[in-house]
Design a protein around this ligand. Structure first.
Ligand code: 13P
Length: 262
């Protein structure tokens, strides 16, 4: 059985002070509900968020993630942060290939691949983001785009267990727009991703890899998304910025999955 996993991607939001306040309030009201949680603050807040999480009684189910990394360990890469540095901050998961990084910072499937290899060499866990643009969807190229992102991103990477990776399907047209994909669209893509992973690895490994949906996920729509067979969680932007929203999203989403599985 795949344990649901809900991740917060705060993007370039929250100062250290705001991040700490969020985590304190979040932890105060958090009640475990059989889901894994990941919080990915901006890099400046990693240390304080990490300390609060690791000191909490929920440290086994709420992990610290980061939103990006460089693939080299050190060197002349002005402004970049390496995984060796991030590991010191008790980072557990690393978002790779987010569409905003692909669009604004020239991330390609090839740099994603280098980052993934580096993440594995540091024994960390990637959250690999893939997704099509509106133009690609409307021209009927969704599956080709996703297949290329998976094949090139995962080139020469061995995955031997479902724990090794999390895939986040984030249609670009649904991110921050309020235009959530329909349950039918989401299930069709998630099932395609699992089939592609089965070809790349094996049916049994693909059956244990968790696939998140991301793009305008909110407390109001998480239930129908989590009820889908091949959805194992969510990668949440806007609705993860307020503790109350994020807590109710977790509560509703995890309960919906639990009911479907029971
Ligand atoms: P929103 O939830 O704000 O649409 O962002 C989704 C996302 O990009 C998460 O990585």
């Amino acid at each position: 059985m795949r344990k649901p996993i809900i991740a917060a991607n705060w993007k370039m939001n929250k100062t250290i002070k705001e991040s700490k306040l969020f985590v304190q309030n979040f932890l105060f009201d958090y009640a475990p509900i059989g889901c894994d949680i990941v919080i990915c603050p901006p890099v400046t807040s990693l240390s304080s968020v990490g300390s609060l999480l690791s000191d909490s009684k929920h440290s086994s189910s709420i992990k610290l993630g980061t939103q990006n990394c460089h693939w080299e360990e050190n060197g002349a890469y002005t402004g970049e942060v390496s995984l060796t540095m991030l590991k010191e901050l008790a980072v557990n998961s690393v978002i790779v290939g987010h569409s905003e990084r692909r669009e604004y910072f020239a991330e390609t499937n090839q740099t994603v691949n280098k980052k993934l290899k580096s993440i594995y060499s540091q024994n960390l866990r990637p959250i690999l983001c893939i997704g099509e643009s509106l133009e690609q969807r409307e021209s009927g190229n969704t599956f080709t785009v996703l297949s290329t992102q998976l094949n090139e991103g995962l080139d020469d990477i061995s995955i031997t267990s479902g724990e090794d990776i999390i895939i986040a399907y984030e249609p670009i047209w649904a991110i921050g727009t309020g235009n959530v994909a329909t349950p039918k669209q989401i299930q069709a893509v998630h099932s395609f991703i699992r089939e592609t992973l089965a070809i790349l690895y094996s049916q049994s490994i693909a059956g244990t890899i968790r696939i998140q949906y991301g793009g305008s996920v909110k407390p109001a729509n998480i239930e129908s998304i989590m009820q889908l067979k091949d959805v194992d969680g969510a990668l949440v932007g806007g609705a993860s910025l307020e503790p109350d929203d994020f807590l109710s999203l977790i509560q509703i989403g995890c309960k919906a999955k639990e009911q479907i599985l029971s």
